[in-house]
Each structure stands twice: as C-alpha cells, then as structure tokens.
Design a protein. Structure first.
Length: 123
C-alpha cells in the first residue's frame, strides 16, 4: 500500500515536472467518504490547504487511480494558487472543471503521455 509520505514525494515530482515547482507543498491525507476519489481543500494560507484522497482508492485502488486522482487534485490546486482566484471564483471554477482546469489537465497529459497512469486522470 502506498504511504501518505510517498504521495507527498510524488506531489513534489509532479509539481516540478508539470508546474515548474510553483505549487506549494500541501498536506496530503485520506478522506473517509467514498463520494468522490479526492478533494483539494483550499484556504487562506498554505497551512489550511490539503489534498485528500479517498481511503478506498489508496487501500484498494491501483496505482493508476491513485496517481490520476492526485494529478486531478493538483490541477485544482494550480487553479487556486497560480490563477490567483478569489474564494468565490475558486468555488465556481473547481465545481465545473472549466477552461483553466482543462488547460492544466492538458499540460499533465502532455508531460506524462507515455506513462500508463495518465489514462486514469478524470476531468
């Protein structure tokens, strides 16, 4: 089973490769609810930000689902941090997976197109 520290290390690699190291290192945890694979929780400063991935995905999912979910949530993180959205704008953008999300997702897919997990990133 993948450990949370492993996910933090992978976050750092993805951050460097896709976002040029511009994203903050955020806490990564497990969420109990299975209503979604993951969630990016944003706040007024980096200590309030986190990426939560479903406990079921981490314990039972395959590596593609786990990495795809992390990549998806990092696209939301980029929307909030790099696009300098207000909280209200972030709520709307993150719900509808708009143009900025799709642009970050495209960057991810282009950078990692030869890796099998890339097919697991959902929009």
């Amino acid at each position: 089973m993948l450990r949370l520290q492993d996910l933090r290390n992978i976050h750092a690699v993805f951050n460097t490769e896709v976002f040029g190291g511009e994203l903050s290192a955020v806490a990564i945890g497990m969420k109990r609810s299975n209503s979604s694979y993951g969630a990016y929780i944003y706040g007024s400063n980096v200590t309030n930000q986190r990426i939560n991935i479903s406990r079921a995905i981490i314990t039972n999912g395959d590596m593609g689902e786990i990495l795809g979910t992390l990549a998806h949530e990092m696209c939301h993180q980029a929307q909030f941090e790099l696009d300098d959205l207000t909280f209200k704008e972030a709520d709307k953008e993150m719900q509808d997976h708009g143009d900025t999300f799709q642009a970050y997702l495209t960057d991810f897919k282009e950078r990692f197109k030869k890796h099998p997990f890339i097919n697991e990133i959902y929009a």
